[in-house]
Design a protein around this ligand. Structure first.
Ligand code: B1M
Length: 213
């Protein structure tokens, strides 16, 4: 039986090798990778955030936890993307200007790939003009932006405006997400949708490109 609570604890304590091993064991025991994410990895990072807010964790603890989370996610990745065939659509994804948080964005990327989307990942700290350039270059149907900071979410409306100015808004839908954002914020900045989590991001992406649910 896979020990998801030990996996959660390994991420919380920044034990990268243990996290990687336990993620492998969970898959070998036949646990659905989505369950591993929902029951171990995401709750672990949420708890890291709570500890940071409470002053129990500082940036170094957050960093090692993030590294352990990434290592475990990398193990799940192959299983999550297995089974994709014809691309459901092309998505350009990135974390917005000034923001270096990429765990949630990577999770959304992997889930989109798993759902059959072709994903062009621009990484972190992506300027509005980079999103525009990539959307044009790859003829993407969707631009997906992630922001974790209340300061950096303000780069999202700049990107929407830049896509507008480049004449792309008729061709490209925009979805936003990340802990700093909300449905109301998405509406306010004239985005086409908001994804609360990685699974929500997939349903929304399907809806926005008109792919079957
Ligand atoms: Co940062 N950090 N951090 N951090 N960090 C937060 C976000 C914070 C909430 C912690 C806190 O105070 N409780 C806080 C932000 C406060 C605010 O603005 N309101 C914060 C801060 C303050 C900072 C620094 C400023 C700290 C400092 O240096 N003093 C600094 C900023 C650096 C920068 O970006 N310029 C900083 C740095 C870091 C680390 C580098 C140490 C590390 C990031 C490592 C990395 O990503 N590679 C880090 C981490 C790990 C966190 C917490 C603990 C965890 C974030 C995370 O990975 N969560 C975080 C606290 C928290 O959120 N609980 C915190 C797990 C991840 C799966 O969730 O990214 O929300 P999330 O993604 C979810 C959904 O939001 C959604 O799906 C995902 C899966 O469900 N989603 C989308 C995400 N993107 C989406 C896009 C979509 C749709 C859905 O469509 C496009």
């Amino acid at each position: 039986m896979a020990d998801l609570s030990a996996l959660k604890a390994s991420v919380l304590n920044g034990k990268r090798v243990v996290a990687e091993t336990l993620a492998r064991e969970a898959l070998a025991a036949g646990v659905d990778p989505v369950v591993v994410m929902k029951e171990a990895l995401i709750p672990a990072m949420n708890e890291v955030g709570e500890k940071f807010t409470a002053g129990e964790y500082f940036v170094p603890e957050m960093l090692v936890a993030a590294k352990a989370m990434k290592a475990a996610m990398e193990v799940l990745r192959t299983k999550l993307v297995a089974g994709s065939f014809t691309p459901a659509g092309k998505v350009v994804i990135g974390t917005v200007r000034g923001d270096l948080h990429d765990i949630g964005k990577n999770l959304v990327k992997v889930m989109l790939e798993g759902a059959g989307f072709e994903v062009i990942d621009l990484g972190v700290d992506v300027a509005p003009e980079k999103f525009v350039e990539a959307a044009k270059q790859h003829s993407a149907q969707l631009v997906a932006m992630s922001a974790l900071l209340t300061t950096t979410m303000l780069a999202m409306p700049d990107t929407v405006k830049a896509l507008d100015a480049a004449g792309l808004r008729g061709k490209v839908k925009v979805m936003v997400g990340g802990a700093a954002t909300t449905e109301a914020f998405a509406k306010e900045i004239n985005a086409d949708g908001y994804g609360a989590d990685a699974a929500g991001a997939v349903s929304l992406a399907r809806k926005l490109v008109g792919a079957p649910a």
